[in-house]
Design a protein around this ligand. Structure first.
Ligand code: PTJ
Length: 243
């Protein structure tokens, strides 16, 4: 039992949840190392939503609302950490929610779809086909879902799939705490923030942005600037870390 007054209580509870979900098969074993990498970057960022991340979150909201077929792609880590936040974002932006896995089995897909449904999301289902130009199991998706999406939100993804989706002409929004990752650099827009902070911030912006703000955000989107800012914010923080 983790004592609630432990200074790292939230982090420890999250780890415990991920470990449990890994034992149940929802989270891939590899997902635990992915989480550790994320935690390390969150330390460097200061475990907060930075100014550049907020701007990226508002831009993500504008992109999702402007899309004709937006899709939120969910993997094991995202379902374990943020099923409810996915459901809330779906309500705010009307996107399709579709499960897409690297370590894919039909049993894992069904488990993750159930977690999302239990959290209140409407999950897109039906027979998947190998439609994405990838040599591994992430190629499997639904023709009427991700395959025909114009905007895809990919929390905690790898670079290959991000690149493949961009190559198909889609606008890709990544949520990734590592501003140096291939995913972060290949995406149309990268939100450098922790997924449980990022998703509610995007949902909030979906509800609050005016038409004028949305079009300004869309016309000024510059991912290189956002990533440079994320790195600058980390560097500035590190230079005062021991003050
Ligand atoms: O469930 P599956 O089978 O689809 O597998 C999912 C994993 C996580 C194994 C797969 O997507 C993977 O290998 O991801 P990567 O390539 O390790 O990338 C994950 C990225 O997400 C890394 O750059 C991490 O820094 C980042 N990350 C990890 N946890 C979080 C995060 N970003 C935001 N919020 C987090 N909580």
């Amino acid at each position: 039992m983790i004592p609630p007054d432990h200074p790292r209580y939230r982090s420890l509870v999250t780890r415990e949840r991920l470990a449990r979900c890994a034992k149940e098969g929802v989270v891939a074993m590899e997902g635990l190392t992915a989480h550790g990498r994320g935690e390390a970057f969150d330390y460097l960022i200061g475990e907060r939503t930075t100014e550049s991340a907020l701007l990226a979150e508002q831009t993500a909201a504008a992109m999702l609302l402007a899309a004709t077929r937006p899709v939120i792609s969910v993997n094991g880590n995202t379902a374990a950490l943020a099923a409810q936040e996915i459901a809330e974002l779906q309500k705010a932006c009307g996107a399709i929610v579709e499960v897409n896995l690297f370590h894919r089995t039909e049993a894992r897909v069904a488990q993750i779809e159930k977690i999302l449904r239990d959290a209140g999301a409407e999950v897109f289902f039906g027979p998947a086909e190998q439609l994405l130009p990838l040599s591994h199991d992430r190629a499997w998706c639904r023709r009427e879902g991700m395959y025909t999406a114009d905007v895809v939100l990919i929390p905690l993804e790898d670079g290959d799939r991000c690149e493949a989706l961009v190559g198909m002409g889609k606008k890709v929004i990544a949520i990734d705490l590592n501003p140096l990752s291939r995913t972060a650099r290949k995406a149309t827009l990268t939100v450098v923030d922790e997924v449980t902070r990022a998703l509610p911030a995007i949902a909030r912006a979906c509800r609050d942005l005016s038409a004028e703000e949305k079009s300004r955000l869309l016309s000024t989107l510059d991912n290189h600037y956002l990533l440079s800012e994320a790195i600058r914010e980390i560097t500035a923080r590190l230079s005062h870390a021991l003050d």
